[in-house]
Design a binder for this molecule. Structure first.
Ligand SMILES: [Mg+2]
Length: 310
């Protein structure tokens, strides 16, 4: 077991208390707060000011939480992942890696939900290959050329961690290295072993393990995470508060509006705003069907009248 107390306090690491998390988790928390308080609009302003020609891992490191938000609607997941990625990381590879990770999380939640609804006593495990393929197909939409798509496929289907060269000099921050290590971890069965392997491979280790941990824990369940890693977190109570409120909101969003019980006005605003588009689509569909039915009835009536007249 690797414990927080075993951290070697060299010049780099002494800046963190035992159990403290790094900028990757900060990004996830900031997105969660942004969705709770201002619908993520602040992100757009940041992107306008800071276009970036490179493909660093800043967006993919924080994207896993976007697989939870509206997880039942893949179109919304892709849209949210792209919008929040593009605010700081416009490179198509950053967009593709953000979509791939967010969609994979959402697909796993959809799978769990279906299994629960089916009432299976022994739920079927997630089909890792199918999740990767579907996540790849949606992520590809951010890319243009065949070469770009082949590169994405290679990183998402990596089976040997070494081939990712996570500690490659001057390239440790490349978005596909992080995404590749996460999809490698996604194929593993032991959370602790997999995370330690990614960590020990070096490079941008906190970032790689943040995303790898998100995908593998989502597949295996929270019980797969070693207790000391959770219990020893320095801001655990504060983070749990946000997580619980966020998960409660996600649950509320799957209910019909009249059955929702938002805890305050801000929660209600988020629920309504996030759902506006979905409800508008449903309403349009209902109107279209109604008009079709009306037209069919009128046509039938006209035929009858014509046949009576003749
Ligand atoms: Mg990092």
């Amino acid at each position: 077991m690797l414990l927080y107390s075993q951290k070697v306090n060299d010049v780099h690491r002494e800046r963190w208390k035992d159990g403290d998390w790094t900028d990757d988790t900060d990004h996830v928390v900031v997105i969660m707060q942004s969705l709770l308080y201002n619908k993520g609009e602040a992100a757009y302003e940041v992107w306008e000011k800071s276009r970036n020609r490179f493909a660093p891992n800043g967006a993919v490191m924080r994207t896993s939480v976007l697989g939870l938000h509206q997880w039942y609607d893949l179109e919304a997941v892709v849209k949210n992942a792209l919008a929040i990625c593009k605010c700081t990381h416009y490179d198509p590879r950053c967009q593709a890696s953000s979509v791939a990770v967010s969609v994979a999380v959402a697909l796993m939640l959809q799978h769990t939900s279906k299994e629960k609804a089916s009432g299976n006593k022994s739920p079927r495990p997630v089909d890792v290959t199918a999740v990767i393929k579907q996540a790849y197909d949606l992520a590809c939409q951010a890319l243009t050329t065949k070469e770009e798509k082949e590169e994405l496929w290679w990183y998402m289907n990596c089976t040997k961690l070494k081939t990712l060269k996570l500690d490659e000099q001057d390239k440790i921050g490349f978005t596909y290295k992080c995404m590749g290590s996460a999809f490698w971890a996604f194929k593993q069965k032991d959370f602790q072993k997999a995370l330690i392997k990614v960590l020990m491979a070096g490079g941008d280790a906190d970032t790689n393990t943040a995303v790898a941990g998100a995908l593998l824990a989502c597949k295996l369940g929270v019980s797969a995470i070693p207790d000391p890693w959770l219990d020893g977190l320095v801001h655990k109570e504060w983070l749990d508060g946000y997580i619980n409120r966020f998960l409660h909101l996600q649950e509320e969003m799957t209910l019909p509006i009249e059955q929702r019980t938002p805890s305050n006005d801000l929660d209600l605003k988020l629920l309504l705003d996030a759902d506006k588009e979905r409800h508008m689509k449903k309403e349009e569909e209902r109107k279209r069907k109604y008009e079709e039915k009306l037209k069919a009835l009128e046509e039938e009536k006209a035929k009858k009248e014509a046949s009576t007249a003749s």
